[in-house]
Design a protein around this ligand. Structure first.
Ligand SMILES: Cc1cc2nc3c(=O)[nH]c(=O)nc-3n(C[C@H](O)[C@H](O)[C@H](O)COP(=O)(O)OP(=O)(O)OC[C@H]3O[C@@H](n4cnc5c(N)ncnc54)[C@H](O)[C@@H]3O)c2cc1C
Length: 293
């Protein structure tokens, strides 16, 4: 499928970008899961023109608005991005391929925490939130990858190329069939009991599960949610900051021609007003770029 503008993220920034881009008559697609937006569980009372609303209400209206201007909505995670000769290619977790002339990254902030004992204490000592960043440190050693979505499935498959053993800890896998099969065929061992505690003195030595059993591992990768777009942005030539943010200029260009970023991913304050404002500019700029205006 070919578009002028592809927007990664279906939260406040991505939906506003989709509204602005499609209103500028650019053929627009917006991808991601609205229920994964930070806004989904929020109660908002500090956004201009809205006395009080649930985030869910705002998201539903945003989706309806984007659709009404002609944007296509695809509730799927993006797991790969690449570019060649001025065209961008995006691949979703269900295998949908999208081509676009411009990309807007509006994927919010990632790195959700598990909030179990040992996670904070052993962070950097075996606990990691980024398999693609840290895979090399675990050559020949046993690891656990925790998470049910596409990020965990991709990470579990990746770690089978490095680790001596990969446990994939997920109560109920939520990743697409395609990614699930890839991880399992590569040798990741599924474990369905939820994680309870990460233990180790100076370094991770085991992951304790709710059913009382222990997995002897040296690495615990916490990969909750969609695959991090900051990792994928690097494949487009965008260099995120060490904090995982994307720096932008006043047009919300991410420093690579045709690539824009907006919302929480560009930094604080993490607020709907900032996300929507940035999304509006980024969507409009991306549409202008794609249409050669
Ligand atoms: C509990 C809570 C309460 C809050 N209350 C308020 C408030 O009262 N007022 C206020 O102004 N702000 C509030 N916020 C902050 C506000 O929700 C965020 O600032 C805002 O949602 C940021 O918008 P965003 O579009 O940048 O990111 P999000 O809204 O988080 O959207 C990110 C989107 O990116 C998608 N995505 C991520 N990775 C991928 C991928 N690989 N492929 C495809 N899509 C992907 C996700 O599915 C999601 O749709 C609150 C946040 C929380 C968590």
């Amino acid at each position: 499928m070919s578009y002028d503008v592809a927007i990664v993220g279906m939260g406040a920034a991505g939906l506003q970008a989709a509204i602005s881009s499609s209103r500028k008559k650019a053929k627009t697609i917006v991808m991601g899961r609205s229920e994964d937006s930070a806004l989904h569980g929020a109660e908002v009372e500090n956004y201009f023109g809205v006395l009080r609303a649930t985030g869910k209400e705002l998201l539903n209206i945003g989706m309806e608005q984007a659709r009404s201007f002609g944007a296509k909505l695809l509730q799927e995670d993006i797991i790969e991005m690449s570019s060649s000769e001025g065209a961008f290619r995006l691949l979703s977790d269900s295998g949908t391929e999208i081509e676009a002339k411009a990309v807007v990254i509006a994927s919010g902030i990632m790195r959700k925490k598990l909030k179990i004992p040992g996670e904070k204490e052993l962070f950097g000592k075996g606990v990691s939130y980024c398999a693609s960043c840290d895979c090399n440190f675990y050559k020949g050693r046993p690891v656990a990858v925790i998470g049910a979505g596409s990020e965990a499935a991709v990470s579990a498959e990746l770690m089978t190329h490095y680790a001596s053993k990969v446990y994939w800890v997920a109560e109920e896998v939520d990743a697409s069939e395609n990614l699930r099969e890839k991880a399992l065929n590569a040798g990741a061992e599924p474990v369905s009991s939820p994680p309870k505690e990460i233990i180790g003195d100076d370094k991770v030595s085991a992951l304790v599960l709710e059913d009382g059993s222990e997995l002897e591992v040296n690495g615990v990768f916490i990969e909750l949610g969609a695959r991090s777009t900051t990792d994928m942005a690097m494949d487009l030539g965008v260099m995120p900051t060490p904090d995982g943010e994307i720096n932008v200029d006043k047009d919300f260009s991410a420093g690579v021609e045709g690539v824009y970023a907006c919302g929480d991913i560009t930094g604080k304050p993490w607020q709907v007003a900032k996300a929507a404002g940035e999304g509006g500019v980024a969507g409009e700029m991306a549409a202008k770029y794609a249409r050669g205006l």
